[in-house]
Design a protein around this ligand. Structure first.
Ligand SMILES: [Zn+2]
Length: 258
């Protein structure tokens, strides 16, 4: 989760919080995202779901696994955007490791082209929702921030990879994931990294991938007090701002239609 609190966010409508309990501590939400209910396009990636339970219950029944758990969404534009992100990320060895694991593990996880159900902040967000086995991701929503006088821009693809990092952690060590999702009790650590899970995901996965892709590294998860915001890009691997639109304008809801 990335608590990116900044002035633009307050204009976003609050998320509908009645379906997904905001107190679910095992979920990780990254960044504020808006709530437009889009097409609900879901893509089956891999991750953590019921197959392991099924397998355990049917030990003697061989379970055939597809070569890849990656299933393209029905919407061709969303499928293309997701594929474009994967291809871009595959230039990073670390990203290949994470993606490959998620593609081949025996449980499933989906990628949803929507904002995540929000946590207590009520802000729209990227996110990994463990209870849904879902990654929420918007393919043309980049993140940027100021570092001194310099502007840093991250692609939406790296944001996707960050969420995959959470899914990877939850799948490989569920007990640790749950433990690590609890916010730091130490205020200084909490104000910078939120939780051990976020710190680990950024330092051990996101930044490793960013370095390999020549993207900027981040030194925090909580952006309170730092100028930062999301911006609409030309696509998953782009850091070019799409002119005439903002992450919170009406055009944003038209992804897939333009
Ligand atoms: Zn996160």
């Amino acid at each position: 989760m990335r608590l990116r609190k900044y002035r633009e966010l307050v204009r976003f409508p609050l998320m509908n919080t009645n379906e997904q309990s905001l107190s679910q501590k095992q979920n990780t939400f990254d960044g504020a995202r808006k709530l437009i209910t889009s097409t609900g396009l879901v893509l089956a990636l891999c991750g953590l779901l019921t197959a392991s339970r099924t397998n355990a219950a049917n030990n003697d029944t061989p379970v055939t696994q597809p070569a890849s758990r990656l299933v393209a969404p029905a919407d061709p534009k969303e499928a293309a955007a997701f594929q474009e992100a994967l291809e871009y990320l595959s230039h990073s060895a670390k990203a290949r490791e994470i993606i490959s694991y998620l593609q081949n593990c025996d449980t499933s996880c989906k990628v949803v082209f929507e904002f995540a159900p929000s946590e207590a902040t009520g802000l729209p967000s990227d996110g990994f929702v463990r209870q849904e086995h879902a990654i929420y991701w918007i393919p043309d929503w980049g993140f940027r921030w100021n570092h001194g006088f310099a502007s840093r821009k991250q692609t939406a693809a790296v944001a996707l990879l960050h969420e995959m990092g959470h899914a990877y952690h939850a799948a490989t060590d569920p007990a640790r994931y749950e433990r690590d999702c609890k916010p730091y009790s130490d205020a200084a650590q909490r104000n910078l990294w939120t939780s051990p899970e976020e710190k680990r995901t950024i330092k051990e996965i996101e930044n490793v991938v960013s370095k390999e892709l020549n993207e900027p590294l981040t030194d925090r998860h909580n952006w309170t007090g730092v100028w930062a915001d999301h911006y609409k890009t030309l696509g998953p691997k782009s850091t070019v701002e799409r002119k005439g639109s903002r992450a919170d304008d009406s055009a944003f809801s038209n992804f897939g239609n333009n």
